[in-house]
Design a protein around this ligand. Sequence first.
Ligand SMILES: Cc1cc2nc3c(=O)[nH]c(=O)nc-3n(C[C@H](O)[C@H](O)[C@H](O)COP(=O)(O)O)c2cc1C
Length: 199
Amino acid sequence: MTAATRPFIVGIGGTTRPGSSGEKALRVALGHAERAGARTRLFGGPELAALPLYAPEKQERNEAEVALVEAVRQADGVLVATPGYHGGVSGLVKNALDLLEDLRGDERPYLDGRAVGCIVVAAGWQGTGVTLSALRDIVHALRGWPTPLGVTINTVAVQAFAPDGSCTDAATDGQLATLAGQVLHFARATAALRSGVPA
Ligand SMILES: Cc1cc2nc3c(=O)[nH]c(=O)nc-3n(C[C@H](O)[C@H](O)[C@H](O)COP(=O)(O)O)c2cc1C
């Protein structure tokens, strides 16, 4: 990306459950990014479920794996949404992140140079907090830059989404907008630094 072009933001997350609140949160955040000028691509529950279990000795990749790896390779920023499952990131989301090992040999390895906005949905405050912390540690391990804000949604305490996926809670919507804005700000700032053109 150059400062004059539209940043490409990839969203990864949610669950296979119809009506997944994590996937809804991700869609809302990606919508904010689009309205702020980004191009986006979502890898939600169905796309993540099409990924085989990551196996380090296996070289073959199916269509779903290639699509995810290539999208993240091209990405200027990333949003990740996970449910808190038993105090941590869900296996579905972690499996997708493990596949990013394919980016190890890239000029920008893993999530290098990209801001990553983290979203956690869980049924309790403890679950949201510990899972956000774990997700940020994973992003650090992948050389990504977690944004200052991480969004946590307690799905029992807050009815944040309507069945159609729209965000009905102003505070949650505002946080998802801020999160998307922080990812975009970093993408534009790093692109400007690379090109020498002010953001
Ligand atoms: C297997 C499993 C484990 C869970 N573990 C936790 C947990 O440790 N802490 C918590 O607060 N919620 C836990 N939950 C609740 C989910 O995080 C919560 O329902 C979340 O909103 C599900 O995401 P989704 O709406 O995207 O499917 C668990 C749910 C499942 C199915």
